[in-house]
Design a binder for this molecule. Structure first.
Ligand code: KIV
Length: 312
């Protein structure tokens, strides 16, 4: 049985030594005989970026776009069937690596996690964030970084932060076969300039700039735009002003889709930003399980007869 018949990511062109062209990451695919997860469900055609872009017709989106972040293969497996888009966000800097912001995140980190998420998914389109410092200098720098992400992860497109200043880069990438999702409003990579993570668009000038930024990205060819951490009327105004779908996070239910950081919505952290809704309390589940395990180890109650091997 070849990998396609199992519904995994399509095999990439191989060199004569059997390694895939490009970097290391895509040389590995999930193997049902060694994976701890149940086999990936029946083969399905992945959603495409054009299909998602086409959801918004004449300013209206009948079926909202569902997006969540994913950083690991297993997380992708669990989220995939429920999502249209999986975003390998540079929020992994804080969520996975415990970094103070997304600024130190590297392209290597995004490649490793992007490839894992592509391996673990078969239905949602996967996007990978371009980390700070890998795209802002010039369209050519952005192309080099984005091409690496596409080649070495198998992702369908990239996301980058910034408004009108990034329009030329968005047009450059889009014209060269790289779908780009824009990101306006609160742009976390600019935290040093913004001075924090508070909601944007409270002054008239800032509100006008956010709408103008989104319009510039839309005109440049962005297939969708994340609108993060803005006062609700601005999220609505952006959604009305652009032809492509808007994906809200701390925006409005009137955006064309929504995204949350998965660990936030699972209840992994104690600090819950206003725009997050906790759909589970996973940190309590993990703590309780760890406490039970520790108690059983200390009482020599684990491993029990079911978890030990006896001579035949
Ligand atoms: O990095 C990230 O996870 C993001 C989303 C929150 C939109 O950019």
């Amino acid at each position: 049985m070849d990998d396609n018949s199992k519904g995994f990511a399509p095999a990439l062109p191989q060199k004569s030594d059997g390694h895939y062209k490009g970097g290391m990451s895509t040389t590995f695919q999930l193997d049902t005989s060694t994976s701890r997860a149940n086999p990936t469900p029946a083969p399905m055609r992945r959603l495409t970026i054009p299909a998602i872009r086409k959801r918004k017709v004449d300013g209206a989106t009948a079926e909202p776009v569902v997006m969540l972040t994913a950083y690991t293969a297993r997380q992708a497996q669990l989220l995939d069937a429920h999502c249209d888009l999986l975003l390998v966000g540079d929020s992994l800097g804080q969520v996975i690596y415990g970094l103070p912001s997304s600024v130190p995140v590297t392209l290597d980190m995004m490649v490793a996690h992007g490839a894992a998420v592509v391996r673990g998914s078969y239905h949602a389109a996967v996007l990978v964030d371009m980390p700070f410092g890998t795209y802002e200098a010039s369209p050519a720098q952005a192309f080099e970084s984005a091409a690496r992400l596409l080649k070495e992860t198998g992702c369908a497109g990239v996301k980058l932060e910034g408004g009108a200043a990034m329009a030329e880069t968005v047009a450059f990438l889009s014209a060269r076969g790289i779908p780009v999702m824009g990101h306006v409003g609160l742009t976390p990579q600019a935290v040093n300039q913004l001075g924090g993570y508070g909601a944007r668009g409270r002054s008239e000038a800032e509100a006008e700039k956010i709408v103008a930024d989104a319009v510039a990205l839309d005109r440049a060819g962005a297939f969708a735009i994340v609108v993060e951490g803005v006062v609700e009327p601005i999220a609505v105004a952006v959604t009305r002003a652009v032809s492509c779908p808007t994906i809200g996070i701390g925006g409005s239910a009137q955006c064309d889709g929504q995204v949350l950081v998965t660990e936030d919505m699972l209840g992994m952290f104690e600090r819950v930003p206003r725009f997050v809704k906790r759909y589970a309390a996973i940190s309590e589940v993990i703590s309780a399980a760890a406490a039970d395990y520790a108690a059983e180890v200390r009482a020599r109650a684990f491993p029990g007869p079911d978890q030990t091997y006896q001579p035949k």
